[in-house]
Design a protein around this ligand. Structure first.
Ligand SMILES: Cc1ncc(COP(=O)(O)O)c(C=O)c1O
Length: 369
């Protein structure tokens, strides 16, 4: 999509004039494997419980919601403590409408001296930087997309950003960063007076331990999480962060009053009560991801090893392959990396359909560029 042409009378900020809105295609008539959603919807019994909850709070909608989402934050702290053997309190958690809002809030509170991220990574980090008028620096990765510790350290020392992003597992590559490296980067960012933001949107799909376990030792680490992926709750829009209590207090300076609706807070609590059910498909998706990686290799594609619910793979003529798949009713993601495409792991049926469609969409003589 090209940037709109803005009329002269519109006093739009100069920094926004060249931008296009974020917009992964949403086409309902195709198999959607392009936005890393969880393909399994809530069960009928859970949907009923959600309806009952919404009905029970409907009669209180004349009142503003709990501004501080106290119960939801306590529930999220319990979830993290159970899953990562941490000892977080609810004062160390902040929740918002998706982790995108969490990220925006962090930029608003702490973006003064600019932000650094190691690309390719989640494109919204840089876009939210622009929208909040925060200087953004593209840090470098190795040619296999892995994070190069030495290069990252020199980028941090040179740029002295107030925010440095690590995404693990990384989107769009699916690769992870070890806790050892995160500790080294936490020290480096602390030395320049910055925060290390560890975006763990896909943590539940990975075997790596979470950076939650480092929070007690490093007050400048912020872990960003979401219910959109493993919890299969993207439509509810619930993201959260875990960090030092003073970071949460600072974030409260910039959040809008009553930002998280009563309905959203209630849905989040229902999801946490039913976490075992909602998370039960994570293992299934991990097994399907591993199977799909193997199927892609068998088709001759180069595959970047993934610990998330998606896979980045290389094919010749990637643009043509993407179009050919769409013609066959399968929507995957062209992430703007020449020669690469990203596919989200779907149901077993969807994965089979994708592999079959890909096998007849690849250029002759296998898929390697
Ligand atoms: C790395 C990463 N962080 C954050 C998000 C935002 O997720 P949400 O706003 O749905 O919580 C995404 C979504 O795809 C993502 O890939």
């Amino acid at each position: 999509m090209s940037a709109p042409t803005w009329p002269a009378w519109l006093p739009l900020r100069d920094s926004l004039r060249g931008l296009t809105p974020y917009g992964a295609p949403q086409i309902s008539s195709v198999t959607r494997m392009n936005t890393n959603e969880n393909p399994y919807p809530p069960s009928t019994s859970l949907a009923r419980e959600i309806s009952a909850k919404v009905l029970s709070i409907a009669q209180e909608l004349n009142r503003y919601p709990d501004r501080d989402a106290t119960k939801l934050r306590a529930g999220l702290a319990d979830y993290l403590n159970q899953s990562s053997s941490a000892r977080l309190t609810s004062e160390q958690i902040w929740a918002a409408n998706g982790s995108n809002e969490i990220i925006q809030t962090l930029f608003l509170a702490f973006g003064e001296r600019g932000a650094l991220g190691f690309v390719p990574s989640y494109s919204m980090h840089a876009l939210i930087a622009k929208v909040t008028s925060t200087r953004w620096v593209d840090g470098r990765r190795d040619s296999d997309f892995s994070l190069n510790q030495q290069v990252s350290l020199s980028d941090i020392a040179r740029e002295r950003p107030s925010l440095t992003f690590i995404t693990t597992p990384n989107n769009p590559t699916g690769s992870t960063v070890s806790l050892e490296t995160i500790e080294i980067l936490a020290n480096a960012t602390a030395e320049v007076g910055g925060l290390l933001l560890v975006d763990e949107a896909y943590a539940e799909f990975s075997a790596q331990p979470s950076a939650i376990t480092l929070l007690a030792k490093y007050p400048n680490i912020v872990v960003i999480r979401t219910m959109s992926k493993a919890f299969a709750f993207a439509g509810a829009r619930i993201g959260y962060l875990a960090a030092n209590q003073q970071i949460v207090q600072a974030v409260q300076l910039v959040r809008l009053p009553y930002h998280l609706s009563q309905v959203t807070q209630a849905l989040g609590l229902v999801a946490l009560e039913h976490k075992d059910e909602l998370l039960q498909n994570v293992n299934k998706l991990v097994a399907a991801r591993n199977q799909m990686s193997q199927d892609l290799l068998n088709l001759g594609c180069k595959v970047i090893p993934s610990e998330a619910n998606f896979i980045l793979f290389a094919v010749g003529n990637s643009g043509d392959v993407w179009t050919s798949l769409l013609d066959k009713g399968i929507l995957i993601r062209d992430v703007g990396l020449p020669g690469y495409l990203r596919v989200t792991v779907g149901t077993e049926e969807e994965n089979k359909r994708f592999i079959q469609a890909l096998s007849i969409s690849l250029p002759p003589k296998g898929g390697n560029p």
